[in-house]
Design a protein around this ligand. Structure first.
Ligand SMILES: [Zn+2]
Length: 542
């Protein structure tokens, strides 16, 4: 009945089509939370004016307060919403308010009866400040209820969500995910992230999401419960979360908090609205703060929802363009906690690399060492190690610096370099194998320098130390695993200092092979001055 078809991928993100009884929705998708008791924006308006094709509401609240107003399959009519309706089981409310007026069985039957398109079992959120023993119990009980669902359910046209619990106990998250994947759920969800997010522990959130992701079937969409702030959408989508729900747009509005894609501002602290949504363009913070409370809340809720939608669209376009990493880096610099979370991705680089598409629609931008975690860099490194060998006849490695123009071997700078080295090349060619040392990829053999993305990237100079070290490390491991008899380094001190020189020399000494070096400025004027004879004489005589 439900199908999930993936259209585009970038990092672990995917643009997909999710088919449900009430229509097909496109992921990544945000379900605005509609609270049937107090709702600042009507469901009809959420669809017609804001363009949200789906929303989520709480089955527990509906059952408790509105049960009598419902006919069978009456959910859409009651909400006046003809899109896709997801229902949460109210597990979170039950946990917070300690209310146990409903059984897991009742909530399953109720969601089927009212006609939810996507429904959730009554899971037990693990929470944050809990013992491992308690966390263990929440996992076990959630699993028991998950298995029970398949004995209870009677309809085949409701999509059921299987929540993964375990909180910050990653072994438990893994175990929970491994058990959940055995059950025929169509969507999975990661439970209990709310408190982690409230504490700004996005690094822990990365661990939790990735642990779940690595142990769940990748082809099933993953919902992140309670992730309602646009400033972390890019992070969550990059990690492969396909679905979100946001109550925050309305909750923040009640506290006069104004969302932006990089954080939150208090309305009374704003002199200007940094937003061009239809609400903000027509007024000012001062005028909005003078509105009666209810109108002010509606204004803020509507603005907040616009910001969420805009950020999701930006993310989707970035996925389309193959630029999600760049977008993620920009967002990571919106808050130190997010940057810390992105740094955590190093731990999962291998898994991300395995799922990231090898070729993208455009070249990549390398800003600084944070970009070393990009899957493209790991991908190239693995490919070069596993699948590339220098030409058999090559006995000398000539290491040339990267040039501004790409491909390197067609750049004017390299042409002059090659011209200067002509006497040398003539003498030894074809025994000389030219490779470039280049940020951020490391060693690039000349025969590969047009392969994507080795010529399709831009870097910022001067390089930071970590990037230089990374490249130096790649040079060492290249020398170590090959069998050249001589290494000639064209050293470019302007961009690389002594780093490549020192590491090359050490690697050659250790391998007991000949090492030569020439200063090879990438400055064209300097190069022309050097001239061919002088350089060749210098190298050959050394
Ligand atoms: Zn706005």
């Amino acid at each position: 009945m439900m199908s999930f078809e993936i259209k585009e991928k970038d990092l672990l993100a995917r643009i997909g089509k999710l088919k449900t009884r009430s229509g097909t929705i496109e992921t990544p998708l945000l379900f605005p939370v509609v609270n049937p008791v107090i709702q600042p924006i009507s469901p009809r308006k959420i669809r017609e004016e804001f363009g949200f094709e789906a929303l989520i509401t709480n089955a527990y609240i509906l059952k408790k307060r509105f049960q009598k107003q419902f006919s069978d399959n009456g959910l859409h009519e009651f909400l006046d919403f003809n899109g896709v309706v997801m229902t949460d089981s109210g597990a979170y409310q039950i946990l917070v308010y300690g209310d146990v007026e409903v059984t897991p069985k009742e909530i399953v039957e109720y969601q089927e009866r009212i006609g939810s398109d996507i429904a959730t079992i009554l899971d037990i959120p693990t929470g944050w400040k809990v013992t491992e023993e308690h966390a263990q119990q929440t996992v076990a009980e959630t699993l028991r209820r998950a298995r029970e669902l398949f004995r209870l359910k009677t309809r085949d046209d409701v999509v059921w969500v299987g929540p993964v619990q375990g909180g910050r106990y990653l072994d438990l998250v893994a175990k929970s995910a491994r058990e959940m994947r055995k059950l025929p759920f169509q969507i999975h969800a990661l439970g209990s992230p709310t408190e982690v997010m409230e504490r700004y522990r996005f690094d822990v959130l990365v661990d939790m999401i990735m642990t779940a992701k690595m142990n769940l079937p990748v082809e099933r969409p993953l919902h992140l419960f309670g992730a309602g702030h646009p400033f972390m959408f890019a992070l969550a989508v990059s990690l492969g979360c396909d679905l979100f729900d946001s109550a925050a747009y309305a909750l923040y509005a009640r506290e006069n908090r104004y969302m932006t894609e990089v954080g939150t501002s208090r309305l009374d602290k704003l002199e200007y609205f940094p937003c061009t949504c239809p609400k903000c363009t027509r007024t000012s913070p001062k005028r909005v703060s003078e509105l009666p409370e209810k109108e002010r809340q509606i204004f803020l809720a509507e603005h907040n929802l616009h910001v969420c939608r805009a950020e999701l669209k930006r993310i989707k376009q970035a996925v389309n363009d193959g630029r999600l990493w760049e977008h993620l880096e920009i967002r990571a610099h919106g808050h130190p906690a997010l940057l810390q979370a992105v740094k955590r991705l190093r731990k999962f680089q291998g898994f991300i690399e395995k799922h990231d598409p090898a070729t993208k629609a455009c070249g990549l931008f390398f800003f600084d060492s944070l970009g070393l975690m990009r899957p493209e860099i790991a991908h190239y490194k693995n490919r070069l190690t596993e699948r590339h060998a220098p030409p058999k006849e090559a006995t000398t490695l000539l290491l040339a610096p990267q040039t501004r123009t790409k491909p390197f071997h067609k750049s004017k700078t390299f042409m002059i370099l090659a011209h200067n080295l002509r006497p040398l090349l003539k003498e030894k060619s074809p025994k000389i194998h030219v490779c470039f040392y280049a940020a951020p990829f490391g060693v690039i053999p000349i025969e590969l320098d047009e392969v994507y993305p080795l010529s399709q990237h831009e870097i910022a100079l001067p390089l930071d130390n970590e990037t230089v070290e990374h490249v130096a490390g790649q040079v060492i491991s290249y020398i170590n695993r090959t069998n050249y008899k001589t290494v000639i380094l064209l050293n470019d001190p302007e961009n690389w200092g002594k780093s490549i020189l020192d590491t090359c020399r050490k690697a050659c000494q250790k391998k007991e092979i000949t090492f030569r070096t020439i200063n090879a400025s990438t400055d064209q004027k300097q190069l022309k001055k050097q001239g061919p004879e002088k350089i060749a004489r210098k190298v050959l005589s050394e």
